[in-house]
Design a protein around this ligand. Sequence first.
Ligand code: ZN
Length: 274
Amino acid sequence: MPELPEVEVVRQQLESHIVGGTIQNVWIGRDDIVRQGLKSLPWYIKTQLVAVQRCGKSVALVCEQAGERRYMVAELGMTGLLLFDRQSVPSEKHLHVVIQLSNAKQGALHYWNARRFGRLSFLHAQEWEAYRQRRFGLDPLTVSENEFAALIKGCRGRVKALLLNQQRIAGIGNIYANEMLFRAGIHPDAQGHRLSKKRIQLLFGEMQEVLLESIDKGGSSIRDYLSPTGTQGQFQNYHQVYQKTRQPCPRCTTPILRLVSERSSFVCPSCQKR
Ligand SMILES: [Zn+2]
């Protein structure tokens, strides 16, 4: 299930392998995979891919011709994959889009998603801007410490629910929310506005650190995640609490507890205080 680190690894690999290439053809298996902009598809043929952007758990291929830029946006959501090699595609049944490229290190990009509806959009610049505004809050890697503190201080509910709210802060899912709260010694049920300034600073630092460490390890491969080159991430080997129920806390050896709320929470009852 891709979260920010996995999607950032996808972005980086697309940037290094296919930016600069020309789109020769786009095959779409069924029209209902396209959420928005299907009619504008012909515009993209023979455009140059000039950049790749990440926003939350979506990746946008930035296409340019005659000075105009448009955006082919793929949502990776729960199960989406972007793969260069057709042989890495888990099943032909859920292969929805194939982009053929020339003048790039890779000749194709395959979009695979076990969930079928509405996962790709073709957007003008203003539509891409509106899409980002509507769906995504602050980016955890570029947000300032002050903006982050204001977000947490304004939270009258559980801090973990806030971290998972994509419209407030985008890209954090259950794995990294659990890991960053453990590292910062904060209980998932703690109320945001009751956290001290020091705790919030600690959470800010741990949030960025755990995400960057994971990106560095190629992300976490839980279930089916593969990067575009078809390789698995390694950060699942460095998780400290996620899915570690009854295993000893790496700090104090108290057994990790699993709590069930909106999603499973994994906590050390002695390191993480409310
Ligand atoms: Zn502990």
